[in-house]
Ligand binder design. Structure first.
Ligand code: C2E
Ligand code: MG
Ligand code: MG
Length: 730
């Protein structure tokens, strides 16, 4: 399960669930409380209903006595001919006033003398239909009379009686049987003369409705047994003698439920507020936690990544290197593992000249191009400002070399960034396990040494570590120290001059100053070796100016058109360079128009603002510019279009093959004709054979330089050449 989702579950869903549970518990409690209140109330309603229904029975007996406990009733019923009176007091009247449904008057032998039923006077014999039903009650009353039982104490009844619940013709009813007796006690009656009054009241219709209304028992009614509504409240009356059960039901009043119903909207509002609140609080907490997690992830990402390029950083590189080396030794693989260190050439200048923004973009673009070349399982790491690294497993030395070449070539095209063109190169150092070591520090160090070597060898190249490199580095450190010393004392340093001839004859047109160093212990060291060391060590400025001053002083009186002096790109980028050159010219009295400064084309490409400005200033002073080693770099005339210069010096490598390779000959011819088309002069370097000279002459090359005509030589020797040249010219 992904982290945000499980976090969402634990924060938001869990909180909501907890809230739902809490609310449900409260809800259940409220329902339970309401139920309990309702049950209690229904129980109470049952008591009231029972009491009220039983009251019908006591009332009936009590009401009956208003006519049966009366001297006049005894006298009127004892003789015949009082039918009207009997009906008015013991029949219809009771029906009208007390709601009695059936009334009967029986004589001392329980023979009917009066019957009232169905809202009318019936023939007295109608009683026979009830006799069987009533027999036990009549007997009970007679026996109470026989034993002269007293009326029930506390019942407010004046005479004994029998009453019960029972079904009369299928209808529930209350029955009361009373003797018609003297209220004054003046009339003496024997049991066989005591008349009996029977009153029956149906427990249906108005009488029950009234009880319901009086006691707020909604829809109180009799229900036949077995037909009770399960939702209704009920109470059952039971006949003492008949054993009849008479159930009543009503719609119960439920205060708890009502309260709950009236509170429901408020409760719902409170519940939904709590739910929304919980949702808001828990999702805020979820978001906070998520932010924290993301921050932590971001911090972890930053710890292992470079924010600018998005590449894994040095820490990530070291971790990956350790892991790969571990795997490597674990499997005892002979399959190689390559460590690549890549360093951008002259990145600092790109930054200084084009600005940091473009510098950053260059880094990003380099990372993009390189990632496209490296195998998918070998990411690019940014291990320093302009330093990158890669770890390539399972590739042969040849394959690694191929990859390195591709990376270097991928930078041949300039990067177009915000309308500016940035030329950048890369140098690569490689070490390979197991050949060069099997632990990270050793492989790192050797890749670094190889990188250093690649840089020294002229940049834009790669080198694979070799044991000689370690020695070379130590050697180099020693040479640097000695060069510094030589520059201080000038002991061992000298300048030689190589004459340059017009191609159409033996006339000397100029001379190129070339520095020489006679090392006290090592003998002569080539400028190819010590010039890059001087550049690296920051000594080239002083060295170059010393050569310039020496050459200007020595050549000031020479009969040549121009003196050529080599300039390092590092000198060219020095904003004070032009001033220093001017100072040399004025000190030595050498005319600016006769000075030609040689720079390699790659230097031009890299030089940008300050260099261009310097070249403009030099031009303005009349100093000529020659492009040295023309054709070796990746640049062309097109690339040099922004620079104004005077001469190209076709590199020795082309001249060397000019007589053997038609292709090279064609290239040289094209270079010369293009240069001429642009108004530039041409010099061919390294002419060693008469054949080369003849071809170059045929191509129209203006000037030739090489061992064929003259090696670099001390000024004294050069004087000889001048003499010969002058003699030839005469
Ligand atoms: P470069 O400026 O191209 O100088 C020409 C190099 O070619 C010189 O090597 C020269 O001796 C050599 N050369 C001339 N003709 C022939 C030939 O026919 N055959 C062969 N095989 N070589 C020939 P050198 O003097 O060893 O200088 C090497 C490089 O060192 C120079 O190349 C130049 O780039 C640099 N350099 C020499 N002196 C200075 C200096 O004072 N300042 C700077 N910045 N660089 C210098
Ligand atoms: Mg040169
Ligand atoms: Mg050259």
């Amino acid at each position: 399960m992904n982290q945000p989702f499980s976090l969402f579950l634990s924060r938001v869903v869990a909180s909501l669930l907890a809230m739902v549970l809490a609310l449900s518990a409260i809800g259940l409690f409220l329902v339970w409380a309401a139920r309990s209140v309702d049950q209690e109330d229904i129980r109470r309603q049952g008591e009231i209903a029972g009491y009220a229904l039983r009251e019908i029975r006591t009332n009936l007996s009590h009401n009956q006595e208003s006519s049966t406990f009366w001297d006049e009733a005894v006298e009127r019923t004892a003789v015949s001919g009082n039918d009207e009176w009997i009906d008015g007091n013991l029949g219809s009247w009771m029906h009208t006033f007390f709601g009695v449904d059936e009334a009967y008057v029986l004589d001392g032998q329980d023979q009917p003398i009066y019957s009232f039923a169905d809202n009318q006077i019936k023939p007295a014999g109608f009683f026979e239909e009830r006799r069987d039903l009533l027999r036990p009650y009549l007997q009970a009353l007679r026996s109470k009379l026989a034993t002269e039982e007293a009326p029930i104490a506390g019942s407010h009844e004046q005479s004994v009686g029998v009453s019960d619940y029972l079904y009369v013709a299928g209808q529930p009813a209350v029955l009361s049987v009373k003797p018609i007796v003297s209220d004054s006690g003046r009339l003496s009656q024997s049991i066989s003369t005591i008349h009996i009054h029977v009153a029956i009241q149906y427990l249906e219709g108005d009488v029950i409705r009234r009880v319901g209304q009086a006691h707020v028992l909604q829809d109180l009614k009799f229900v036949p047994a077995g037909a009770l509504d399960p939702d209704a409240a009920s109470v059952t009356l039971t006949g003492d003698t008949s054993g009849a059960t008479v159930p009543f039901e009503w719609v119960p009043y439920q205060p708890g439920r009502r309260l709950l119903a009236s509170l429901l909207p408020i409760l719902a509002l409170v519940a939904s507020t709590l739910m929304v609140g919980t949702l808001l609080i828990s999702s805020a907490s979820y978001r906070r936690k998520l932010d924290r997690i993301k921050n932590n992830e971001h911090i972890r990402y930053l710890a292992s990544h470079d924010p600018l390029t998005g590449l894994p950083n040095r820490a990530a590189y070291e971790k990956a290197a350790d892991e790969l080396v571990d795997q490597f030794s674990l499997h005892q693989q002979s399959d190689p593992l390559a460590f690549l260190f890549m360093d951008l050439d002259r990145f600092k200048q790109v930054n200084d000249i084009l600005g940091h923004q473009i510098g950053d973009a260059v880094l990003v673009e380099f990372a993009r191009r390189t990632a496209g070349i490296l195998p998918a399982n070998a990411p690019v790491y940014r291990v320093g400002g302009d330093e990158f690294a890669a770890l390539i497993p399972h590739r042969t030395k040849r394959e690694v070399e191929q990859i390195c070449s591709e990376i270097i070539d991928s930078l041949a095209e300039p990067m177009e960034i915000e309308g500016r063109r940035a030329f950048i190169g890369v140098s690569i150092g490689v070490s390979m396990a197991p050949h060069h070591g099997t632990d990270r520090p050793e492989l790192n160090r050797k890749a670094d040494v190889a990188l250093y070597h690649a840089k020294l060898a002229g940049r834009r190249r790669f080198s694979i570590f070799g044991s000689q490199m370690d020695d070379a580095i130590q050697n180099r450190a020693a040479i640097e120290a000695d060069l510094r010393e030589a520059l201080r004392t000038k002991i061992g340093l000298s300048v030689v001059y190589q004459p340059k001839f017009a191609s159409d004859g033996d006339r000397v047109l100029g001379a190129e100053a070339l520095v020489r160093w006679q090392h006290p212990g090592r003998g002569a060291i080539s400028p190819v070796v010590f010039i890059p060391i001087a550049e690296e060590a920051g000594l080239i400025g002083d060295l170059g100016l010393w050569v310039l001053e020496t050459a200007c002083r020595e050549a000031v009186a020479w009969p040549v058109d121009h003196l050529a002096v080599n300039v390092s790109p590092i000198q060219l980028r020095d904003p004070e360079f032009v001033e220093a050159v001017s100072a040399v010219l004025s000190r030595t009295g050498f005319p600016a128009e006769r000075l030609e400064l040689e720079m390699t084309e790659t230097d031009f490409a890299d030089s940008e603002e300050v260099g261009l400005q310097n070249i403009k200033s030099l031009n303005a002073k009349g100093i000529a510019i020659a492009i040295d080693d023309f054709g070796t770099g990746s640049s062309t005339f097109e690339r040099l279009r922004d620079i104004s210069f005077d001469r190209i010096k076709i590199d020795r490598s082309f001249v060397k093959n000019i007589t053997e390779s038609e292709g090279d000959a064609e290239i040289v011819r094209a270079m010369i004709s293009m240069a001429h088309a642009k108004g530039l002069k041409t010099t061919a370097e390294g002419v060693e054979t008469p054949e080369q000279r003849d071809v170059l002459r045929a191509f129209g090359c203006d000037e030739l330089q090489g061992f064929l005509m003259g090696k670099p030589m001390p000024p004294t020797e050069l004087s000889q050449i001048f003499k010969t040249s002058a003699a030839l010219a005469v």
